[in-house]
Design a protein around this ligand. Structure first.
Ligand code: DP6
Length: 334
């Protein structure tokens, strides 16, 4: 190979790295109107998390005979890698690229904390793979593409506090930043009470949501709820904000528990932490809880109260890990 050719092929190395945060939803995405396109039944609101992120490197190379997906230095099983490879296929099709890839991902959060996040993973994968494939996409298109991998991943693209507008079509269903990360000094104290991977993941969960007798009612109240929480965030009305997000989490879990088959994600310790939060409020320390499709509790509070809450939590038995997160920006290239 001539020197010039070598230089060109080096420049054409199809490799890129990106970092994307996980996010916690204050108004949840639970249930879809289109499975394949991951179009949600309702809009949702979330905050990106500073201490919980994924870093992903993607390389396309003609030397590779097949796609290889590595997670924390270990090769992923085909059953798990399959969803990643499907996402690579979407990106290859967009870029008109016909090369196999190597994907390497690591998470910031310690192993076995149960904070496994498809949101940070698919957002980082979307950025890294699209850049490595030679595509230049804007935030809106990145959010749409990330959504096809995992719904909540579309919310990890824009900065700070984010709204995923449900949209009627794929082109209209993406997330935008409502407020920058610096807007409100909130904290999400993630209390890890169980680290085992869940039996029924969110993908299957969304599919059965509609079978709950409370689902329709939940969706009916959504527009109003979103309007109210946006107003509370805008006015930094913490009490109103907290009351809405806590009631919303309970509402989603009631739908989960009453669907067919019923999905019950709480452990006894989950309930203990919920009661702890209620007690803290009675003592005047304002904080509210929210819970995703797992047993861990996210305690949402203002920065000024975070340390006090963590100190009290550390006195409780059976807590596996505590991770304090600030609001953060969305996904970026390294
Ligand atoms: C309970 O985004 O994980 O965390 O689109 O199937 O990947 P898929 O689902 P996912 O669902 C998240 C569910 C939730 C609520 C939320 O984050 O809004």
């Amino acid at each position: 190979m001539s020197k010039l050719m070598q230089k060109v092929s080096r420049l054409k190395r199809h490799k890129a790295t990106a970092i994307a945060p996980a996010n916690i939803a204050f108004i949840k995405y639970w249930g879809r109107v289109n499975e394949e396109l991951r179009l949600p039944a309702n809009s949702s609101i979330s905050m990106n998390l500073s201490e919980a992120y994924s870093e992903t490197t993607v390389e396309f190379n003609k030397k590779f005979k097949k796609d290889v997906v590595m997670f924390k230095g270990k090769r992923m099983l085909f059953s798990e890698a399959n969803r990643v490879i499907k996402h690579l296929d979407r990106i290859r099709a967009l870029a008109g690229l016909n090369l196999k890839a190597k994907v390497e991902t690591r998470n910031s959060f310690p192993k076995g904390t149960g904070i496994a996040s498809s949101a940070s993973g698919f957002a980082a994968l979307t950025l890294a793979a699209s850049k490595a494939a030679g595509l230049t996409l804007n935030k809106k298109d990145l959010s749409i593409l990330a959504r096809l991998g995992s719904g909540s991943a579309c919310r990890s693209i824009p900065d700070g506090i984010v709204e995923w507008k449900k949209g009627k079509t794929s082109k209209k269903s993406y997330a935008v930043s409502l407020f920058p990360a610096s807007y409100w000094d909130l904290r999400d104290i993630i209390v890890v009470v169980g680290a085992r991977s869940k039996k029924v993941g969110s993908t299957e969960g969304h599919a059965v949501a509609e079978s709950s007798p409370f689902y329709k009612e939940r969706i009916r109240g959504m527009e109003k709820k979103i309007k109210s929480i946006k107003k509370a965030i805008k006015n930094k009305n913490f009490k109103r904000f907290g009351e809405i997000l806590e009631a919303e989490a309970i509402n989603m879990h009631m739908v989960m528990m009453t669907s067919e088959p019923p999905l019950f994600y709480w452990l006894p310790k989950t309930l203990k932490v919920m009661q702890f939060v209620i007690k803290q409020r009675e003592k005047g320390v304002k904080s509210y809880f929210t819970i995703d499709a797992g047993p861990n509790v996210h305690i949402i509070c203002q920065a000024k109260n975070a340390q006090k809450i963590v100190r009290e939590l550390k006195r409780m038995e059976g807590i596996k890990n505590i991770l304090v997160c600030k609001p953060s920006n969305g996904a970026f290239f390294t």
